[in-house]
Structures are given as C-alpha cells and as structure tokens.
Design a protein around this ligand. Sequence first.
Ligand SMILES: Cc1cc2nc3c(=O)[nH]c(=O)nc-3n(C[C@H](O)[C@H](O)[C@H](O)COP(=O)(O)OP(=O)(O)OC[C@H]3O[C@@H](n4cnc5c(N)ncnc54)[C@H](O)[C@@H]3O)c2cc1C
Ligand code: SF4
Ligand code: SF4
Length: 449
Amino acid sequence: MRVLTRLLSRLPGAPIRSIADVVERQLCTGCGMCAVVQPDDLRMVDDYHLGRRPVPRAGREGADTTSALAVCPGVSLEWPVPDPEASTALWNDWGPVLEVWEGHAVDPTIRRRGSSGGVGTALASFAVAGGGQEAVVHIRARDDIPYLNEATVSEDPEAVAAAAGSRYSPASACEGLSAARGRRVAFVGKPCEVAAVARARTAAPPTVEGVEVTIAIFCAGTPSVRGTVEMMNRLGFADPAGVDLVRYRGEGWPGRAVVEGRGADGERRQASLSYQESWGEVLQAHRQWRCHLCVDHTGEFADLAVGDPWYREVRDGEPGRSLVVVRTPRGREFVRRAREAGVVELVRVDDSVFPRSQPNLLDTRGSVWGRMATLRALGLPAPRYRGPDLFSTWRRLGTRSKISSVLGTVRRIGRRRLLRRARVVPFEPRPPVRYPPGRRERVAEVGSS
Ligand SMILES: Cc1cc2nc3c(=O)[nH]c(=O)nc-3n(C[C@H](O)[C@H](O)[C@H](O)COP(=O)(O)OP(=O)(O)OC[C@H]3O[C@@H](n4cnc5c(N)ncnc54)[C@H](O)[C@@H]3O)c2cc1C
Ligand code: SF4
Ligand code: SF4
C-alpha cells in the first residue's frame, strides 16, 4: 500500500503535499521561508538551473514539512480584504494602492547606486537611522562569490546602502529572518518573499513577529545562476572564478550590467552590457518556471513597493527615479516620516502613473489565467490564488496574447520538463581568483552598445 501511495504521489497530477513536491514540481519561488520555519529539516542551496531551493538536511529526508508548506507562497496565496481607502479602480489588477509617489533618494551616492532612484535603499536605511527599527533584512552580493547573493541583516545605514541595486540572480531574502529573530526589523524583498512574510504572520507568527515594515521591489522574474554565467560569458569572462564584481544596474538609469575581473586572455578588464542587452537578450530567458505563473509582480502584500516609473521615455544621462506605491496605512506613515526626515524627495503623482509605468507586468498577469488553465487541463499543478479575478484580466488580453498564453505553456511543458520531477543539484562554485592587496591592476574597459 505504501509503495502504491508513493507511486501515485509521483504522478504529474498528484496534489502538492510537501516542500519536496513544491520544489520538484517547479512551483518554488526560492523565497527561503520554509527553511526559516523548519530550520532543522530544511536548508537553502543554489541550483545552477532552477534557482535557490530548499533541500532536506542530512538525515531529515522524508521529514514532515506541513508547517513549512503552510507559509509557502509558491503553492497558494490569499489576498486580504482590501483596505477601505485603497483605489477600487486598481485593486483587481494591481492590488491595494493607497498612494503613488515618484522621486529619488536625497543622498546622491544612494541615488546613483540604486537601480532606479535609490528610494528602496533610502527608505530601508531610514528604518535604522531614526525610523524606529533595529535592523534591515535584505539581499546583497556575496563577498566570496560575487555573482551569487546572500540574505543579510544590516544594523546601520552604511551597510544597507552598500547593498543598493538589483541582483538579477537567485536570492532568498526570507533566509535573513532567522538571524534577525528578536529584533524589530524592516524587510526588503521581492513580492513573493514579502508574500511569504504575510503568510507567516498567520501560519508561523514567531518567525516574523519582529517585522514592522515590508518594502517590496517590483519583479518581472528571477533568472537562474546560469543566466548570470551566460551574461559573464558574453562579456568575455569564460571562467566565473576570475570575476570579482557583478553589477546588474545602477550608476545611471537603468544603468549598465558591469562585470569586472580576469578575462579568458588572463588580462584584468571590465566589460558591460546595456539593460536591454543584459535583461532583454540574456537574463530573462533564464527566469524560473514559477515566475511565469506569478501574478504579484509589484508587491501587493507589502506596506510599500518600489519600481521604475517607466511611463515616459528616459533621457540619456537622466539621473534615476523610483516609483513608490503605498499599499497600507503603515506604509503611508513610514513614507511620511522618511520625507520629513529628508532622506527621500518624493512628489505625489496620479494613481494612473503606476499602471502606465509597468504595462508589461499587466500583460504578464493577464497571461497567468490561460497558463494555469492549460496546466490544470493537462493534469499539471499550478498555484492557487484567492482574491483577484484573474479571468477578467485574461479576458482583456488581445487574441494573440490569449492564444500564446495557452500554446506557449504547452511548448514550455516540454522545454521545462514539467512532466518530470525536477532534481535539485547543489551548485558548488569554484572559489574566485584573489589578487594580493594593493596590487589591483588598472582595468581596461570594454563596452557594448
Ligand atoms: C529579479 C528582479 C526583477 C526586477 N523586475 C523589475 C520590473 O519588472 N519592473 C521594475 O520596475 N523593476 C524591476 N526590478 C528592479 C527593482 O524593482 C528595483 O530595485 C526597483 O526599481 C527599486 O529601485 P531603487 O533604486 O528604489 O531600489 P534600490 O535602492 O536599488 O534597492 C534595491 C533593494 O532591493 C534589494 N534587492 C536587490 N536585489 C534583490 C533580489 N534579487 N531579491 C530581493 N531583494 C533584492 C536590495 O538589497 C536593496 O535593498 C527588478 C529587480 C530584480 C532583482
Ligand atoms: S517558495 Fe519559498 S517556502 Fe515554498 S518551497 Fe520555495 S523556498 Fe520554500
Ligand atoms: S516574478 Fe514573482 S515569483 Fe518570480 S521571483 Fe519575482 S515575485 Fe517571485
């Protein structure tokens, strides 16, 4: 009987009953919350192709993961009743919107380093510089392997500022919550990570009781480690071990993807790609499967969300600007105090600036109903969403997009091997080549368009 149950559970249409099911059926977003809730059973690793994933700790294979599953944003999300002050016009497609602001960090270094206008970093820094929190849980590049990321807990504004800028490679912001236990924190993460925090508030309150404010960054999808390695290869860095700096954006708006280190010829150099070349031509093709089923790309469970105000053409050399979406009264109060403290310069804009800034994200959300219907019709798993009427968003798509949401999914089922269970293989990067202190040679710059 047990053998039969195990065999049935491995069929493509079998229900999701464990964290292993979430991972193997490619519904994992890589948020890291399951490993915070069941740290003795699970740990996060990087898989080169899949992304950051939970795996059982040694000797804990087959452990019951029901508690972890209860916080997992990969399998299901339930939207709370919207705040009475939220825009009714925007709720179904964009989640709760109380206010929309546009502006930038006042500190010019943060503004320059930030992906957009540095407001995400400025607000997070304010949390530990008068805002009332003791620490910030967020993501930064690893010191030892600069093309991988780690969750970190920063206690001073300088440490928060050092991590400004988007990391377009796997990152599990929730992992940082373990080290922040017992402290009052601000949490910065992608929408699925903030959604995991929201789920934990009811399913595992002790893990998130110190989280006082959540800031989400807009997110169109997380590319795998392979995406970044291909970007480095394209820039002439055949061996990732020779690389000691990877920046995806910033130092301009949207800024260039910059890689620095020793190239195939052994010479130290720096090379870069435009945002269109790095994201558009390399990285986005490597987004994890779950991102294609994601409907919350703009932090609907957060107090505040930050992204690009791309509702107009950006002039060459224009300094960065961020869009800020206030989603809760707590978020509104936090922005008010940050403005008063003089860390951000923001102007209130019409709510319509938000949808006009990210029309691609609405199309993506619209496609999800078609994708999920196709998966279910073929007996494959899809996340459960309770809240917005996704069918109505899908219905508004053009005929071509509707057809492509179905046919594209059928094609991806084969390409992504969704009929099989995925196996996580922990990625073991080679340590980078280190240069003796003080002997960093001059870097030759190689640019692309
Ligand atoms: C994978 C990915 C996809 C994105 N897609 C979009 C998009 O579709 N539309 C859009 O407008 N913007 C997108 N962005 C950009 C992102 O939303 C910008 O950070 C945002 O525009 C805010 O800019 P800022 O200058 O105010 O923030 P910054 O000052 O640059 O602060 C960014 C904050 O985000 C944290 N962070 C960086 N990378 C990650 C990560 N991978 N996971 C969790 N936290 C991280 C940092 O620790 C920092 O605290 C994406 C970013 C990423 C990482
Ligand atoms: S989505 Fe998050 S909680 Fe769910 S399995 Fe993946 S890492 Fe764990
Ligand atoms: S697209 Fe959605 S699921 Fe994917 S990383 Fe971004 S927020 Fe998470």
